[in-house]
Design a protein around this ligand. Structure first.
Ligand SMILES: Cc1cc2nc3c(=O)[nH]c(=O)nc-3n(C[C@H](O)[C@H](O)[C@H](O)COP(=O)(O)OP(=O)(O)OC[C@H]3O[C@@H](n4cnc5c(N)ncnc54)[C@H](O)[C@@H]3O)c2cc1C
Ligand SMILES: NC(=O)c1ccc[n+]([C@@H]2O[C@H](COP(=O)([O-])OP(=O)(O)OC[C@H]3O[C@@H](n4cnc5c(N)ncnc54)[C@H](OP(=O)(O)O)[C@@H]3O)[C@@H](O)[C@H]2O)c1
Length: 247
């Protein structure tokens, strides 16, 4: 018997030339917002399975995964061409520690993402648990070009529902927009721009920080925060920084 479930593609959204979201119907086991599942296809005699963060909150269906096509990548070369009704392999169980259950209590929760790593943070923002635990939640989405600021409808819905408890900060690094910060997250932290823009304190005393996406961004942001007294969280040695890298 196969280790994988047979899922069905029930939708596909195209955001830009390289950014897509695939919607899948599959009876996966319960998981926590922030975790990732595995999806894949049987290619040249092998099951090619890759991890993708759930964008949908655990109570929402269908399953939704936000992805970028990667040069020479076997799965992302095929995924955008999949049509509604086609079968796709899905792992029954989710994994990952980028979840609120791993985050100690604090006043402020900072969610720092690049590119498709917006996904797990949208899932977290769509849970009641997040709003019960933190006074302020700041969602940062850093992209190269303004057209890559996907999921604005969901960001606006969270803002409308949560009012002053929520702030969204877009970064667009390679284009002038007039509304997004032009540049990179670590530099903005060094310059105090995140705090001044949101009015939310970014300090180890008041904040927990989850970082996800580009490994270089994760590394540089962690180093910038460590220089300000933040520490990587470990279960046996509680800290403030929680990370997941996508490649
Ligand atoms: C925990 C985890 C969660 C992930 N969640 C997501 C997600 O939600 N959305 C998403 O788009 N991707 C996500 N990824 C990456 C994803 O699993 C695949 O690696 C990616 O989609 C490429 O698959 P592929 O088969 O086309 O190429 P692969 O054979 O997987 O990769 C080909 C090459 O591209 C590099 N690579 C992989 N992903 C990227 C990327 N995003 N940008 C640049 N280089 C990359 C790999 O290091 C490899 O060298 C996640 C990865 C991990 C480890
Ligand atoms: N988006 C595209 O059109 C495109 C095109 C070709 C290839 N790709 C490949 O696809 C992958 C994912 O692309 P992506 O566009 O989602 O994301 P990305 O390249 O990870 O860029 C997303 C954001 O992260 C910033 N960033 C990169 N390195 C950083 C660091 N060390 N510290 C802080 N911020 C950093 C980028 O700023 P900077 O702009 O300053 O780097 C950008 O604002 C990348 O590996 C890329 O090579 C993407």
């Amino acid at each position: 018997m196969s280790k994988w479930l047979e899922g069905e593609v029930v939708g596909q959204k195209q955001w830009t030339q390289r950014l897509f979201s695939v919607l899948i119907d599959a009876p996966v086991e319960a998981w926590k917002a922030g975790q990732f599942g595995r999806i894949g296809l049987h290619i040249d005699g092998a099951d090619v399975m890759r991890p993708y963060s759930f964008v949908n909150a655990p109570q929402e269906r269908p399953l939704e995964f936000y992805y970028i096509t990667v040069e020479g990548g076997p799965l992302t070369a095929r995924l955008p061409h999949m049509k509604v009704g086609e079968k796709i392999l899905v792992a029954p169980k989710a994994s990952g520690f980028l979840v609120l259950a791993e985050v100690p209590a604090a006043e402020n929760l900072w969610l720092l993402s690049t590119g498709t790593a917006l996904g797990p943070f949208l899932a977290i923002c769509k849970t009641e648990e997040a709003w019960g635990r933190f006074k302020n939640i700041v969602l940062v989405h850093a992209v190269r070009h303004a057209e890559e600021l996907s999921y604005q409808d969901q960001v606006k819905a969270i803002a409308a529902q949560r009012g002053n408890a929520f702030a969204f900060v877009p970064f667009v690094s390679r284009e002038d927009t007039g509304y997004a910060i032009k540049g990179r997250v670590p530099a903005a932290i060094e310059q105090g721009m995140l705090q001044s823009r949101t009015g939310v304190e970014l300090s180890p005393e008041k904040s927990q920080v989850m970082i996800c996406g580009n490994p270089e961004m994760v590394k540089d942001t962690q180093a910038t925060l460590e220089a300000r007294g933040f520490r990587r969280h470990k279960r046996r040695e509680p800290g403030h920084i929680h990370v997941e890298t996508y490649w």
